[in-house]
Ligand binder design. Structure first.
Ligand SMILES: O=P(O)(O)OC[C@H]1O[C@](O)(COP(=O)(O)O)[C@@H](O)[C@@H]1O
Ligand SMILES: [Mg+2]
Ligand SMILES: [Mg+2]
Length: 322
């Protein structure tokens, strides 16, 4: 990962691995590819707000926008040297991208897991959504402890990309470069707007998914306390709701539900990458009992309850669910 310089404009084609650790240059290339496709995905959304007619492996209806983002990201990420496998919320099986994942002693080839469009039901209502990315140094399914980097793009009024690795968390603004990219594909301009993103100490906001009558009693009791202390900010896209927590401090949850104890969000594509980002930013993440990053998956499409935010709020939550 390059040393982020606040305010420094970066072009998608200026990543120079030089003498850097080859594993790090792969991570860099993954986020270069994600940034490069973001303006294209955004530009393609207006005509893709309709059902595609298919369901994904989680049994959810797939929109044309989900499929388009999946195709574009799949092409860009599988083309990267050092990526051995590509796994998507929208695909049943991993795509072999060449190279046995985790076979290099010092890192890589990596497995890249994506949620191409997170919160895509917001396409119809024109609200925020995003793309979630996890870079694992192990074949999937794996625990979040095998993540070497994770991040997300947020398609809000502006497009931002948050990237976390061992060294910390940064936020960039990503824009289509009007100069175009020529034969190398689309060019983007990237500015680091926050080089060391950390959760504010004093929490302000909360957002909890699912229907209140479907919440277990212990979570409902916790939520009643939180409602007295923080402001509700829930937009129906995990990426947007978590970004509010990272910006203002607080807690986001898609809890275990009475009839769905595993909640809604997917461990490999959503919960692990988001937990990694929030923990690197100084926060905490749990499934209600243990750190999300320690949850052992049985399959790549496993779901898990997710609670992330300021450490003190997550500790209280765990005590409330005991
Ligand atoms: O509509 P609900 O039940 O509030 O669910 C919202 C949650 O579902 C999701 O949209 C699931 O993600 P996908 O859109 O990628 O399936 C999350 O982003 C969000 O937190
Ligand atoms: Mg999602
Ligand atoms: Mg999705």
């Amino acid at each position: 990962m390059s040393d982020p310089d606040p305010g420094d404009d970066r072009a998608d084609d200026d990543a120079d691995p030089g003498g850097a650790d080859p594993a790090d240059s792969t991570v860099e290339a993954v986020f270069d590819a994600v940034a490069a496709t973001a303006p294209e995905i955004r530009a393609a959304l207006p005509g893709r707000r309709v059902e595609s007619g298919t369901d994904n492996p989680s049994g959810e209806s797939v929109l044309a926008g989900d499929l388009y983002a999946d195709e574009l990201l799949g092409e860009a990420i599988t083309a990267i040297d050092g990526v051995g496998s590509f796994v998507s919320e929208e695909r049943e099986a991993a795509v072999d991208a060449g190279g046995a994942v985790g076979s290099d002693g010092d890192g890589g080839p990596y497995a890249v897991a994506i949620d191409p469009l997170d919160g895509s039901s917001n396409l119809r209502s024109n609200n925020a959504m995003g793309t979630v990315v996890g870079v694992y140094d192990a074949p999937l399914p794996a625990t979040g402890r095998d993540l070497v980097a994770a991040g997300y793009v947020l398609y809000g009024p502006i497009t931002t990309m948050v990237v976390a690795d061992e060294s910390g968390v940064r936020e960039e603004v990503v824009e289509a470069d009007p100069g175009g990219g020529g034969d190398d594909g689309p060019a983007v301009s990237r500015s680091v707007v926050e080089a060391d993103l950390t959760l504010p100490d004093h929490p302000l906001v909360y957002g909890f998914g699912g229907r209140v009558p479907d919440w277990p009693d212990d979570f409902t009791a916790y939520a009643r306390e939180i409602e007295d202390e923080l402001k509700l900010r829930y937009g129906g896209a995990m990426v947007g709701d978590v970004n509010q927590v990272l910006t203002y401090g607080g807690i986001f949850a898609y809890p275990a539900l009475v009839d769905a104890p595993e909640g809604k969000l997917r461990l490999s594509f959503e919960a692990n990458p988001i937990a990694y980002v929030v923990e690197r930013a100084g926060g905490a993440a749990t499934d209600g009992e243990i750190d999300i990053l320690d949850v052992e998956p049985e399959g790549v499409h496993d779901r898990v309850p997710l609670y992330v935010g300021n450490e003190e709020l997550i500790e209280r939550l765990q005590a409330a669910l005991d």
